[in-house]
Design a protein. Structure first.
Lengths: 380, 396
């Protein structure tokens, strides 16, 4: 029983916090947002230089063999700074597919490009009617010779606009909602038949709707078993949810800090508004919500080591519920306590609220995960 | 970071669990499971079993009978005790006055009181709150006037829990009326059978008799019953209230009650199927379980921190424990109410002393719900807890 970071983990935290403190204040962020694709290649290069893009990969694959705790540390820091760069899509999700399901050839072909920062990825999963159900897949992958032909439409693909490679979920057999017959495929973003319509998202990130029409890929495009890929997809998405929980904790932490600072400096009726008990107690409740969320983020992170797959999944779902509730409360009350200024694009606080709101609705909202905990038999 | 308990800690949990299984009187356990009150004898008998085992005052320093356990071991002990369930040691003696005496008392006082606290030879009660001094405790008015080698005590205390059983009271009394309100208070102990002490029961909304008013009318107390220094009582009171940081979450109590909710909900039918199979109810239950898991983790963060770094600097997360712990306890009693529905109505007029068993235990569900409203009021109301977070953590 130990919640402290190891010496190495503490150094990692210092280095990533240090990097972002230097290069990622709110004004920097605005500039990065205006760059092509909506994020900064230079920052991405710095993340690569510090080894952050290679963290979770094994040393054999050129990485550092770090675990879930290290990802938590990085994601929390990224959340604090509202980082736009595609760490989640590239390192956590695509990295997860390659680490858990990739062949040695696939690893050799793709991991070095992730680690050195030359390639980014996107996960093309959401469909018009799938909502949060990972097994609801209408996109098809049909055998052609040794390879596959992929047809379908994917929506709100994070980093889909600028990614070099896509990981596309597609059905190889069975009906639209069957649990078997789903695979994950590596598709070059510039492959013939891929069209991308990019746009910014509410939180300042970028995504794309992607249409795949007769896209031909080789046999080596399938990650793992193309007919039974759901377990791999669920595993990777649970890791993505866990990472987003940590990101949300970072964003909530910074929201509360910013709000408390505002309460100390903003004066009305001749006194700092933080002297009013109504506002003090609201801030105290935000602190409670944040600490409960932090506890569950740690729980989901450490659950990555649980042997029992059902317990592991339930832990992640439970964390996503807590984070969803806490994020909504902290996000909304941060705006309320800032008053009118919190409503402006100019103030940083609203951007935290928007990112937290989008996190809640990514890979399953609070209701979805509450049902998942219920169906998993609860926690007590 | 590591969530797992060590092999030694797991073995300790087994040892504690086995001891409770073999030694808690089954009738005592059953009454607790059913939410019934225990008699004084039932509690004292169990506490003496615990003390004989050497676990009666587990967190005291070894020289006074403590165990020398780590913070994690204390956590495990409390959780197993709450989940069994078995009555927790009498807080007023073991967690409150005991530590004040061994920290600030003189040798004679330690010798006189500590062993009797451990064995519950004396049942202690707490004389803090007054009718005009609740959250603003330091405004208390009960006066102790020095006359020769005696204090003459006059005033009134209230919300005195189980004073009807008590042999001894520890009391905050004003000994200097001219000093700033926190500076003129002393910590004085005396027998409840002293001349001039009157106990009057207060019946609470659940119909029970747990708390009392206690009146002092020219009560004569020898000066050697002062603990520590005169006019330093407020410091000791703060020490006492800050002593118990982690137990207050009562995670084990809520876990045990959740099991009871599931058990009852699997038996009570609605629309031809158990309430437990109703999707809406299951989601409410899951929501509480998630809150409780988060609280358990928050508590473990505090415990692990103390285990590794000592109790010196309180972990800011510890201030979450009282607020969330009390809210969750209250929610679980609400859920029990929801399961039993219209059958919560029958009221057991004699349910309080634990002697009447003619009515089904479900008659205790509503009283337990009513009674549990207290947990967000006592021990520093949840609003006071928010004041503490505001000042100590957020710096507002």
């Amino acid at each position: 029983m130990d919640f402290d970071l190891s010496e190495e983990q503490r150094l990692l935290k210092e280095s990533v916090d240090g990097l972002l403190n230097d290069s990622y204040d709110f004004d920097h962020r605005k500039k990065y947002m205006a760059e092509k694709g909506g994020w900064s290649k230079a920052v991405w290069g710095k993340l690569a230089e510090q080894g952050l893009l290679g963290l979770p990969f094994s040393e054999d694959d050129g990485g550092f063999g770090a675990g879930a705790v290290e990802t938590m540390i990085v994601m929390e820091a990224l959340g604090k700074a509202l980082v736009l760069e595609p760490y989640l899509a590239t390192v956590v999700i695509a990295g997860g597919f390659l680490r858990h399901g990739g062949s040695s050839e696939q690893k050799a072909a793709h991991i070095p490009g992730i680690i050195d920062g030359s390639k980014t990825f996107a996960f093309a999963q959401l469909e018009k009617n799938s909502r949060y159900d990972l097994s609801d897949v209408a996109t098809t992958a049909k055998k052609k010779g040794d390879g596959w032909v992929i047809d379908g439409e994917k929506f709100v693909v994070l980093n889909g606009e600028s990614a070099d490679m896509l990981i596309v979920t597609a059905r190889t057999k069975g009906g639209q909602r069957d649990k078997s017959g789903i695979g994950a495929f590596l598709v070059p973003a510039n492959a013939k038949g891929v069209t991308r319509k990019g746009y910014p998202t509410q939180d300042g990130l970028h995504a794309a709707d992607i249409t795949l029409t007769g896209v031909e890929v080789g046999a080596d495009a399938a990650i793992g078993d193309p007919e039974n890929g759901l377990a791999l997809i669920e595993r990777v998405v649970d890791e993505a949810r866990t990472a987003m929980c940590a990101e949300a904790v970072g964003a909530m932490d910074e929201s509360l800090k910013t709000t408390v600072e505002y309460l100390k400096t903003r004066k009305q009726f001749g006194v700092p508004i933080g002297s009013f008990q109504t506002l003090q107690h609201r801030a105290a409740d935000m602190f409670v919500a944040l600490e409960q969320a932090r506890s569950m983020s740690m729980f989901a992170t450490m659950a990555a080591d649980f042997d029992n797959a059902r317990e592991r999944a339930t832990a992640v779902a439970a964390a996503k519920v807590q984070i969803g509730k806490s994020a909504k409360f902290v996000g909304q009350q941060s705006i309320q306590l800032h008053g009118g200024i919190g409503m402006t694009q100019e103030a940083k606080i609203g951007h935290y609220f928007k990112r937290l709101t989008m996190i809640e609705n990514t890979f399953g909202d609070t209701d979805y995960h509450l049902r998942r905990v219920t169906d998993g038999g609860g926690l007590v | 970071m590591d969530l797992a308990f060590s092999k030694e800690e797991m073995a300790f949990r087994e040892e504690v669990r086995a001891f409770f299984r073999d030694n808690v009187p089954p009738e005592t356990r059953r009454k607790l499971v059913e939410g019934r009150h225990l008699s004084k004898d039932e509690m004292v008998v169990w506490w003496r079993i615990l003390n004989k085992k050497g676990w009666g005052v587990s967190h005291w320093p070894k020289e006074y009978g403590g165990t020398g356990w780590t913070s994690v071991q204390h956590y495990i002990f409390n959780e197993e005790l709450q989940m069994h369930p078995a009555p927790a040691p009498l807080a007023f003696g073991v967690s409150m006055v005991g530590p004040v005496i061994y920290t600030f008392g003189n040798e004679a006082q330690k010798k006189q009181y500590l062993p009797r606290i451990a064995n519950v030879d004396d049942w202690w009660c707490q004389g803090f709150s007054e009718p005009g001094s609740g959250s603003d405790l330091a405004s208390l008015k009960t006066k102790a006037e020095r006359k020769g080698d005696k204090y003459i005590i006059n005033g009134q205390k209230t919300w005195t829990t189980l004073a009807q059983h008590a042999d001894m009271i520890f009391c905050l009394c004003r000994t200097d009326t001219n000093a700033k309100k926190q500076m003129g208070i002393s910590f004085i102990v005396f027998p409840m059978k002293s001349k001039g002490v009157t106990v009057r029961p207060i019946q609470t909304i659940d119909g029970g008799h747990e708390v009392n008013e206690v009146f002092f009318d020219d009560v004569e107390v020898p000066v050697e019953n002062l603990i520590g220094e005169e006019n330093k009582g407020w410091d000791y009171a703060k020490f006492l209230l800050g002593n118990e940081r982690t137990g207050i979450a009562r995670v084990g109590v809520s876990k045990e009650r959740l099991r009871r909710i599931k058990d009852l909900a699997s038996k009570v039918e609605s629309g031809g199927k158990p309430v437990l199979e109703d999707q809406g109810f299951r989601e409410k239950l899951a929501a509480v379980e998630i809150e409780l898991k988060a609280l358990e983790l928050t508590q473990l963060r505090v415990v692990a921190d103390e285990n590794k770094h000592g109790k010196g600097k309180p972990n800011p997360a510890s201030s979450v424990l009282k607020i969330k712990g009390s809210e969750i306890q209250q929610t679980t009693t609400e859920l029990l109410m929801e399961v039993i529905g219209p059958f919560a109505a029958p009221y057991d007029e004699h349910g309080d002393d634990g002697s009447n068993e003619t009515m089904d235990w479900t008659a205790q569900i509503a009283p337990s719900y009513f009674n549990n409203r207290k947990v967000s009021i006592y021990g520093g109301s949840n609003e006071i807890q928010r004041n503490i977070i505001t000042k100590a953590v957020l710096g507002l």
